[in-house]
Design a protein around this ligand. Sequence first.
Ligand code: CA
Length: 230
Amino acid sequence: MASILLIEDDPAGAEAMRLGLTRLGHRVRHRADGNTDLAAEIAETDLILLDLGLPGADGYEICRRVRAVSAVPIVILTARSDDVDTVAGLEAGADDYVVKPVTPRVLDARIKAVLRRTVALPQAPQAAAAAPSDTGLDIDRRALRVHRDGVPITLTPTEIRLLLVLSESPGQVLSRQQLLAAAWDQDYLGDSRLVDAAIQRLRAKIEDDPSDPRIVETVRGFGYRFVPPR
Ligand code: CA
């Protein structure tokens, strides 16, 4: 059972989701817009279901506001999966998306998959924390903490998993499908845009210049590569 904050302005859609998820054992609080004390709400929330098109502050803005204070998982509700909105939502910090209308059972499965990723971080190997590299990035695999030039970096569970998987195989190119399988879930039905958006968010936090990445490189046509520290 999860404590879910549902932010959705369509009353009928919201009520259907609230009822369905409540029947499946979740606790759901519904807000029709983002004009709420988000920091207080998040303290009681395991996961946020967020509609993108909202009156007032839209879903992207809310995503950014939440990410400024919290790594709580966010799943965006979108009208079409091929929508550019979906990508923009993922780039704003959402962990995943579902396409409306969605049955409670499918929504429940997606919520559980996202929460599983959040708690079940990869097993940290026995090796001690790596010495800070010339990139200034220090990944403590046991404590699951990342520092850049000595300053702690707040990463969401999705971003930490991705960084751990990439840095486990320095110098090796990993395809988007490999990353999806390793950092998301074995048989996860997500698409590779989740990977691209998470890489972009990760770079914004760990790279000096995210437009000229030196730590996580794009290998055009193949995927991504963690540059071995010198
Ligand atoms: Ca809406």
